[in-house]
Ligand binder design. Structure first.
Ligand code: PMT
Length: 219
């Protein structure tokens, strides 16, 4: 039997980098491994929450979590939209590509002998958080910000612009933080609160801390 302070609460967590198709054999993506998102999903389920994990990667499914596999940004948005109305908490740890190829070629794009350059036209992807914010009711919305410079200023801007309840800012320029590694160093921003800097922690430990903070906010 599942017990814990989050019994009866519905969470949706996103994980991994989106893959934006160029042709049948290529895509544009980023370095997200999904580790942070999976750790958060596991930590929320551990506290009793009902957790859906919308993921672009295939890590082992955490106990008690339902995984929905997607690949690109628009699929991720659609998958979240089917659950959004009933959610208590949405945590967006996924790294969503801001742009996708304007056209997806049906066949593998071939190189030509007479051309040493190739231009790929890109179009903007929908902003998932901003799209969902338009129909937000009870949902607590938590975003992540991956930054390589001006971490706090950029993160503060995202907190406001995306109308978030919490934003986890991570410095991805450091070797022991951000994409791919097992540790992360973050600063937690909340409207009306001073930024709270956490030490470098294992993603599993950080996930527990963040779920505790979110649990407090739900009270
Ligand atoms: O997966 P790991 O290897 O464990 O690495 C973890 C991580 C570094 C990917 C993760 O901790 C993280 O920072 N995820 C967010 C990365 C990111 O895309 O940040 P962003 O600053 O581009 O986006 C800000 C927020 O808006 C994010 O919550 C993102 O999910 C969301 N977003 C972004 C683009 C878009 N079109 N729609 C969105 O909703």
């Amino acid at each position: 039997k599942v017990t814990g302070p989050l019994v009866g609460r519905r969470f949706l967590v996103t994980a991994g980098g989106t893959k934006e198709r160029i042709d049948p054999v290529r895509f544009i993506s980023n370095d997200s491994s999904g580790k942070m998102g999976y750790a958060l999903a596991a930590a929320a389920a551990d506290q009793g929450a009902t957790v859906t994990l919308v993921s672009t990667v295939a890590l082992p499914t955490p106990a008690g979590v339902t995984v929905v596999s997607v690949s690109d940004a628009r699929e991720m948005l659609a998958a979240i939209q089917t659950h959004f109305a009933d959610l208590d908490v949405l945590i967006m740890a996924a790294a969503i590509a801001d742009f996708r190829p304007a056209q997806v070629a049906d066949q593998k794009i071939k190189k030509t002998v007479d051309n040493d350059e190739m231009t790929l036209a890109l179009v903007k992807n929908p902003d998932v958080l901003q799209t969902l914010a338009q129909t937000k009711k009870q949902q607590l919305m938590v975003g992540f910000a991956a930054e390589t410079q001006n971490l706090l200023a950029n993160a503060q801007q995202k907190l406001t612009k995306k109308r978030l309840d919490m934003l986890i800012a991570n410095d991805v320029a450091r070797a022991d933080s951000g994409f791919g590694v097992d540790t992360n160093q973050v600063t937690v921003l909340q409207p009306g609160h001073a930024p709270e800097q956490l030490p470098t922690l294992a993603k599993t430990v950080l996930a527990k801390r963040l779920i505790e903070m979110i649990t407090e906010k739900l009270k």
